[in-house]
Design a protein around this ligand. Structure first.
Ligand code: G3P
Ligand code: CA
Length: 376
């Protein structure tokens, strides 16, 4: 890959977050033709990721969908957080110093919900540099105010409650994190996620939901076994990683090794994915390439090939923070212009849903004014 950006790390009351967040920006009138805005870990560019406050802010910014990364606790509660470790977003090292495993990590799955609720949430920060070095220095200051981990149930009740009180229909976009790890720990996280979704009324695409995972074999199991058993038919999204990110590990000859992701971007691979999924979620640099003439970056064929098979394309993660836009592209707006107007993606995961929404809205207003002008 010619540049490396994916950051793997990536109390304000709920009421305050909502009050601060509502803008008079209307929903786009042209939703079929415009890409969806997916709030990545909530409005995580402004408040600690995956907190209920970050989700309320994303809701107020009128994201179309709000993302939930999910892992299991020791007592089988689904917790909304990105890593299977607590290290980068909580004060677990201070509150439970003796509870790290031999590898030095504090695993969410080793803690009960009661224990997890005692943790303070901040960041993300860089644990190797101490708890006061933020991954994104311009974001909400570390350890200020009071934030907590949330359960999946709590978050679904928040979003459904806001849908009820405000009359919008904001969707959800849960991700099952590391099924291979949960299976190795004796837990079936996919079944737990599906049962929770069903309990809250999410059983098909009609309820505005996508279910995503980096694990192709687990998505196939969900499609062929779990969903038929539970009488569900959710649209699935196959996330695509680089092999060396360790998103999925498999045992080969008794040794844990990285799952090979390269097949997913081949024509045969895309056809296979189209057999069980409604879309793909690639890292955004996977959709562009350098143009040999020196004319910068241009779309490669992946989006077009996927869309021709009926797959939606929802790349991640669009971040407006300094150093998060490839130098060869320039500004965040230029990045959005490339992916919205030229790559023509169907949706964007972003830490700054307000900026992506504003961009899409301004684009649709300017195309409307061009067409009005043409009619005269
Ligand atoms: O799920 C889309 C995007 O969030 C994938 O990356 O590592 O942030 O979950 P990650
Ligand atoms: Ca995710």
């Amino acid at each position: 890959m010619y540049f490396k950006l994916k950051n793997r790390f990536p109390a304000v009351s709920l009421f305050t977050a909502l009050l601060l967040s509502f803008s008079p920006v209307p929903a786009s009138a042209d939703t079929e033709l415009t890409p969806i805005v997916i709030a990545h870990r909530g409005a995580s560019g402004y408040l600690p990721e995956h907190t209920l406050e970050a989700k309320a802010l994303a809701y107020g910014m009128r994201a179309d969908y709000i993302e939930q990364d999910l892992v299991l606790s020791k007592d089988d509660h689904l917790i909304v957080m990105h890593d299977i470790y607590l290290d980068k977003v909580t004060d677990v090292a201070e509150k439970f110093p003796a509870r790290a495993r031999e590898d030095g990590h504090f695993y969410t799955i080793d803690f009960t919900l009661n224990e997890l609720k005692r943790l303070q949430v901040a960041g993300p920060f860089v644990p190797a540099l101490g708890r006061n070095t933020p991954v994104y220095p311009g974001r909400f200051p570390l350890w200020k105010s009071r934030f907590a981990l949330a359960t999946f149930d709590e978050e679904l009740e928040l979003i459904q409650g806001l849908n009820h009180s405000l009359g919008y229909n904001t969707g959800i976009y849960p991700e099952i994190k590391k099924p291979y790890f949960h299976h190795a720990e004796g837990k079936d996280i996919s079944r737990a996620v599906l049962e929770t979704l069903k309990r809250y009324g999410y059983t098909s695409a009609q309820q505005k939901v996508f279910l995503q995972s980096f694990d192709a074999e687990e998505l196939q199991r969900i499609e062929s076994t779990l969903m038929p058993e539970l009488k569900m038919d959710l649209p699935l999204v196959q996330l695509i990683a680089e092999t060396d990110w360790e998103e999925k590990r498999v045992k080969v000859n008794g040794e844990w090794t990285n799952y090979q992701y390269d097949w997913m971007r081949t024509p045969e691979g895309l056809k296979k994915i189209a057999g069980y999924a409604a879309g793909i979620g690639p890292w955004f640099p996977m959709l562009i390439e350098e143009v040999s003439s020196g004319a910068g970056l241009a779309p490669n064929t992946l989006t077009e090939r996927a869309q021709a098979l009926g797959l939606q394309v929802h790349p991640y993660t669009f971040r407006a923070d300094p150093q998060q836009v490839p130098e060869s592209i320039g500004s965040f707006e230029d990045l959005l212009a490339l992916f919205v107007n030229r790559v023509k993606v169907d949706g964007l995961f972003t830490d700054q849903p307000d900026k992506v929404r504003d961009y899409i809205l301004s684009r649709s207003i300017s195309s409307q004014s061009i067409s009005n002008h043409a009619e005269r």
